[in-house]
Design a protein around this ligand. Structure first.
Ligand SMILES: CC(=O)N[C@H]1[C@@H](OP(=O)(O)OP(=O)(O)OC[C@H]2O[C@@H](n3ccc(=O)[nH]c3=O)[C@H](O)[C@@H]2O)O[C@H](CO)[C@@H](O)[C@@H]1O
Ligand SMILES: C=C(OP(=O)(O)O)C(=O)O
Length: 428
């Protein structure tokens, strides 16, 4: 088991290239199950979630060929294998095997998903959607059993705006008989990306990116070639790093429109950001001014950038209030930031950050993916060395973060943990 070490104080400078979007990749791979021939996806990020999903596709009989960032999936030999345990527990997005396998085989058995522990993460809206399409759904000993004689299109209103439920219902509905309408759908760019792949496969799907998605079911879906969108959360994380510890940084392979809420908040703090079609050029202000943020569904401030942004707020003058309306308890990083001398308290469901604080290197634990990113940012700004355990979370969503930061001049490296450290980590 490894830990990540960050020696703070060095200013970051240069250009960093953002990879393909994790939250697209994790839906595009299962979507390939629905095709009758090879689906090729270009620009996939080199992260463990992609690896785990590729292994799951192989587990159900598919052939997955990887060549750098390109993956070819031949789904023709897949079978409706139950996946009650094992790899499905390693990540959140294994829930997309429910919609995709139901769509292709009219049945599936999938264990409840894992993913970041951010408080309750129910999947009732996914199930409501599958049931509306005609599936019988039962939960037997922690696995979801889905069976349908035939899937029929339906009008489905989501009680909660959910990225996962919107995509999962799209996957189940594209081959259903007749018309499906998803109302109160999520509007994240990753939903448009998945709809684009499905349309290239031959699906009839309209309205992705708005809150009403209309689908006319088709009998067959074909193989195709698809290029993934860039990861707005990885891009946002490096943009926050640039504001926190950069001199001059270019974030390359970005769709700036996907990050409008973050860029607006950074500019409010005094950060200079210039943008062109695919790059951000970031110069931090002489001093940063505190702001409040409230996470909302897209295009609001993304919950996945709340934790990294909180680290930046520790360096701003004044008091910033952080409210997460998507995951009210997404505050596990706060205790760790406090160990590094940050002045933050959680009160009435909000994190109140008083700054600026001189952060000190410490031994801290990444409790989830974006908590890990928040700690890397804090480590870059801190005096001394920060040791971060739990880096498998970080590897779920950030490709080559160590190398990318070294290229920017950061002092960051991995070390093997001692036996005592592993024991301590496992008991903490
Ligand atoms: C793999 C993936 O894409 N993960 C992202 C996805 O997670 P995920 O798809 O799990 O998140 P959702 O958009 O579904 O969740 C949004 C909110 O709806 C609630 N909810 C969701 C489904 C449901 O059936 N019932 C219900 O009550 C959740 O508890 C949460 O409060 O969107 C989140 C919100 O942008 C991001 O933080 C995650 O990075
Ligand atoms: C919460 C996240 O991921 P997941 O939904 O895969 O756990 C995230 O990407 O920040």
């Amino acid at each position: 088991m490894k830990k990540l070490l960050v020696e703070g104080g060095t200013r970051l400078r240069g250009q960093v290239r953002v990879g393909g979007a994790k939250n697209s990749a994790v839906a595009l791979l299962p979507a390939a199950i629905l095709a009758n021939s090879t689906v090729t996806i270009e620009g996939l990020p080199d992260i463990s979630d992609v690896q785990t999903l590729s292994e799951l596709l192989e587990e159900i009989g598919g052939t997955v060929r990887k060549d750098g960032q390109t993956v070819e999936i031949d789904p023709s030999t897949m079978i409706s294998m139950p996946l009650p345990n094992g790899r499905v527990k390693k990540l959140r997005a294994s829930y997309y095997f429910m919609g995709a396998m139901l769509g292709r085989f009219n049945k599936a058995v999938i264990g409840l998903p894992g993913g970041c522990h951010l408080g309750p993460r129910p999947i009732d809206q996914h199930i409501k959607g599958f049931q509306a399409l005609g599936a019988e759904v039962t939960n037997e000993q922690g696995a979801i059993y889905l069976r349908a004689k035939e899937l029929r299109g339906a009008r489905i209103y989501l009680d909660v705006v959910s990225v996962g439920a919107t995509i999962n219902i799209m996957l189940a509905a594209v081959k259903a008989k007749g018309r499906t309408v998803i109302e109160n759908a999520a509007k994240e760019p990753e939903i448009i990306d998945v709809a684009t792949l499905l349309a290239s496969m031959g699906a009839k799907i309209k309205g992705a990116g708005t809150d009403v998605i209309r689908i006319e079911g088709v009998d067959e879906l074909n193989g195709c070639l698809h290029t993934i969108i860039p990861d707005r959360i990885e891009a946002g994380t490096y943009t926050i790093m640039a504001a926190a510890q950069g001199e001059e940084m270019i974030i390359d392979n970005v769709i700036p429109q996907h990050l409008e809420s973050l860029l607006a908040k950074l500019r409010e703090m005094g950060v200079t950001i210039e943008e062109n079609d695919e790059q951000l050029y970031v110069r931090p202000g002489k001093s940063l001014k505190s702001v409040d943020i409230k996470t909302l569904v897209y295009p609001g401030f993304p919950t996945d950038l709340q934790q990294p942004f909180t680290s930046l707020l520790t360096q701003a003058t004044g008091t910033g209030v952080v409210t997460d309306t998507i995951y009210q308890a997404r505050f596990k990083h706060i205790d760790e930031l406090r160990r590094m001398n940050a002045a933050i308290k959680v009160e009435g469901g909000a994190a109140i950050v008083a700054g600026p604080s001189k952060l000190q290197g410490a031994k801290v634990k990444a409790t989830d993916l974006r908590a890990g990113a928040a700690l890397v940012i804090a480590g870059l700004m801190a005096d001394g060395i920060t040791e971060i355990t739990g880096i498998d979370h970080i590897e779920r969503g950030y490709e080559n973060i160590t190398n990318k930061l070294i290229e920017l001049g950061g002092k960051i490296w991995c070390e093997e943990m001692s036996k005592e450290e592993v024991e301590q980590f496992q008991n903490s």
